[in-house]
Design a binder for this molecule. Structure first.
Ligand SMILES: Nc1ncnc2c1ncn2[C@@H]1O[C@H](COP(=O)(O)OP(=O)(O)OP(=O)(O)O)[C@@H](O)[C@H]1O
Length: 750
């Protein structure tokens, strides 16, 4: 039995039970179904899960859930023989509901009661149904075949076929917050992660408080020894005091160890959440051309290491100790009275230069980082474009720039290091000087009979303990400029315009037919420059195949990127099926619009990985069908490594033509309703091009196709021709008429 879109098929459940010859069993193992049947079942379950999510107030299209489900099944069955998708288990449904932002779990219930619903229930036949509610002895079951989408089934009829397992989801607290509270500003991408760990920091603060109180023990020990033990020569008191001090020291160390363990854990959690967020933002960035150089993004991400190093246990430990300086100062005041002013003056003198030189440090850091960003871009080019550098005899230029950048960054970073060391040495010197001053003043007080020797010793020890965190603070301030510069760079990534705006409500479109309309379109790379593409109006009906012709640089690729939704026009609108491209949910847009760029990029990994970038393809037959479509099948079948062919770092491993074929295979697997092709056969040999064109004849049926090309064979697929001239539409008409006109004007010129 296969699932249908309808929620509950009690007759099917009965038949299944009858076929077994017994009443349906709780643990039913469905027979492995053929691929398309399994896919149909997956689709039906995805729709069920989408309906369930909808009941809980979350609008998630079934197509999204299906993708997540296939991913979940893939992971769960990766180790099974032949990766057989035997059933989409309740666990997978719970997993996809969790991905949709809910909390979901699989539960086994032994009594059916109204409080359990709405939930997805598993029948003994394996079928899943969505029970929306229970009214006494009746259950309401989601059923798209019924007029009001639900069927009323008596409990007595339902219960014998119910396996007892349900998938129950609840709206998560986060979703509730998003829906119902005006949370105001979004938490900061970096400091917000600290807030999430505030409990750990509160514990660290408590640990620091106790550790610092214990740290007083040595000072008190000295005071007692000099003032009480030595005058009375009492050995037993000495040992009791020593034991107490020893105990305090061990406890202090234990506390500090626990504190650093806690901070380390919090640090790792913060790093994980921040790094994940940064990668998410980096991948989700809008492709605004020219806004940010890739090398800047690259080095900003790399600079995260300086942030990580800064926020290690030792820095946070130092900062955590600073508030307790006041505990020591209080103690000094109670032992030494006005002597505390000497310590206060010392403390201020120690840290002031660190603050004063912050600006200079930041300027030096920016200069160093600027040079190192350029150096890493140069390095990248020298390595990846090694052949071009050599064949175009550019090696000397590369050497010169490398030397210049190295000189600049070495001199700036040495200046920075010198300043940082000077600040640290200054702090150390002031600390020692404060100690000397405190002892000198203390000695005068001893002469005057106001102080005991024990007090001087205790104050000496307390001076060192009070000022020690400030010496470290001076070092920390010197490193802060690096962190600040790194955070500013990362800020640009974290705050970059995202394809999927968090505060936007997009329109969800299960299916996009592919009807385009352009209104007063104006796009320019340079906002102050001339328009690269300027089209007052253009309509492309769904299913039409259009060729875009034009000289080099006339704006064909740019127009295609605009139509694919990769770029946003500065003014004017692009409507797809009557909806502005910017309004359609990016997931739906990407699902419906396939884009094959002029330059197909491969990624390091295997050929299989490169075909299956979505990770949704589990079927090798489909991968080979795609390769056959693109003319790569025979090559891969005869290759000793087949689909496991390794693509090297930087995407090398296949010829330019083969890479274009991979692009075609990816497109075939994607199966979109709109295909946007930029010079799609430019790298293919004529035989393959002819074969591909004949295959496309049927494959393009029912799809809207917009093809930029300089090649004649591919034109036979199209019905309409647009010619661009300096970004403007010069010609628009039926293919044959346009081509005849072009040939005639060429003939006239000849
Ligand atoms: N990323 C970019 N930043 C700035 N200008 C760009 C960028 N990409 C293209 N251009 C400019 O836009 C204009 C149109 O380029 P486009 O790539 O759309 O032309 P094309 O018609 O596809 O050319 P070809 O036939 O050579 O592929 C060109 O003048 C080009 O210099």
């Amino acid at each position: 039995m296969t699932d249908r879109v309808i929620a509950f098929d009690i007759n099917a459940a009965r038949v299944s039970g009858a076929a077994d010859g017994v009443m349906p069993k709780a643990s039913h193992t469905p027979q492995p179904a053929p691929q398309n049947q399994r896919l149909a079942r997956a689709k039906a379950r995805a729709e069920l899960a989408a309906a369930y999510a909808g009941l809980l107030g979350a609008q998630v299209p079934a197509a999204d859930i299906l993708e997540q489900m296939l991913l979940a099944i893939g992971e769960a069955t990766a180790n099974l023989d032949g990766a057989q998708i035997a059933a989409i288990a309740p666990d997978h449904l719970a997993a996809v509901l969790r991905v949709a932002g809910m909390t979901a779990s699989v539960e086994t219930i032994d009594r059916i009661s109204p409080g359990q619903w709405p939930a997805l229930a598993q029948m003994t036949s394996g079928q899943m149904v969505l029970v929306t509610a229970q009214d006494g002895e009746s259950l309401f079951i989601y059923d798209t075949t019924c007029p009001d989408q639900r069927a009323e089934v008596p409990l007595a009829e339902f219960a014998p076929h119910f396996s007892g397992r349900i998938v129950r989801a609840r709206t998560s607290l986060r979703q509730l917050e998003e829906r119902h509270t005006d949370t105001g500003a979004e938490a900061h991408w970096f400091w917000g992660a600290f807030r999430a760990q505030r409990r750990a920091f509160v514990e660290v603060a408590f640990g620091s408080l106790f550790a610092n109180i214990l740290a007083v023990a040595v000072a008190l020990f000295s005071l007692q020894v000099y003032d009480r033990v030595i005058p009375h020569q009492s050995q037993s008191t000495l040992w009791v005091l020593a034991l107490g001090a020893g105990l305090a020291l061990v406890l202090e160390m234990g506390l500090k160890l626990a504190r650093s363990g806690l901070m380390d854990l919090a640090g790792r959690r913060i790093e994980l959440s921040v790094q994940t967020l940064l990668m998410e933002r980096l991948l989700g960035m809008k492709a605004n051309p020219g806004k940010r150089a890739p090398s800047q993004l690259f080095s900003a991400m790399r600079e995260f290491s300086s942030v990580r190093e800064f926020f290690t246990a030792s820095t946070i430990g130092t900062l955590a100790d600073i508030p307790f300086i006041f505990v020591f100062l209080f103690l000094v005041a109670s032992i030494g009275g006005s002597l505390v002013w000497v310590l206060l003056a010392g403390a201020v003198l120690m840290v002031v230069p660190g603050f004063l030189f912050q600006k200079k440090m930041i300027a030096l850091t920016q200069a160093t980082q600027g040079a190192s960003t350029r150096a890493s871009r140069l390095l990248h080019e020298a390595i990846y474009e090694h052949e071009t550098v050599n064949t175009s005899r550019g090696a000397d230029r590369f050497k010169r720039i490398w030397e210049e950048l190295t000189t600049l960054s070495a001199s700036k970073s040495s200046e920075q290091r010198k300043l940082a060391s000077a600040l640290t040495y200054w702090a150390q010197m002031v600390q020692q000087a404060t100690y000397v001053a405190a002892v000198v003043i203390g000695t005068y007080k001893v002469f005057a009979g106001d102080f005991t020797v024990g007090s001087i010793i205790a104050i000496g020890i307390l001076t060192s303990r009070t000022l020690a965190p400030l010496t470290q603070l001076a070092g920390t301030l010197a490193r802060w400029s690096n962190v600040k510069a790194a955070l500013t760079g990362l800020d640009a990534i974290a705050q970059a315009d995202q394809t999927l705006g968090a505060d936007r409500q997009y329109l969800r479109a299960e299916r996009i037919e592919g009807e385009y309309e352009l209104r007063h379109l104006d796009f320019r790379y340079d906002t102050d420059g001339a328009a690269t593409v300027e089209i007052p109006g253009l309509a492309i009906p769904a299913g039409q195949r259009v060729a875009v012709l034009g000289a080099n640089g006339s704006g064909k690729s740019t127009l295609l990127k605009l139509l694919a939704g990769l770029y946003e026009p500065q003014s004017g609108r692009i409507l797809l099926d009557g909806t502005d491209l910017g309004q359609i949910h990016p997931r739906d847009l990407r699902r419906a619009v396939g884009y094959l760029s002029q330059d197909v990029r491969l990624f390091s990994g295997t050929l299989r990985d490169n075909l299956n970038l979505t990770q949704l393809e589990r079927d090798e037959d489909r991968l080979f069908a795609a390769l056959d479509f693109a003319g790569m099948g025979p090559f891969v079948r005869s290759h000793p490594r087949g689909l496991d062919l390794e693509i090297r770092d930087g995407g090398e491993g296949l010829s330019v033509g083969q890479r274009q074929s991979i692009g075609w295979a990816r497109l075939w697997l994607h199966d979109p309703t709109v295909v946007i092709l930029d010079e799609p056969t430019a790298a293919l040999d004529t035989t393959l091009e002819t074969t591909l064109v004949s295959r496309l004849e049927s494959w393009l049926d029912g799809r809207t196709a917009i093809i930029a090309t300089h090649r004649v064979p591919i034109l036979s697929l199209t019905a309409r021709t647009l010619i661009l001239q300096n970004g403007r539409l010069a010609v628009d008409g039926p293919r044959d008429a346009v081509l005849a006109h072009l040939n005639k004007s060429k003939g006239a010129q000849g």
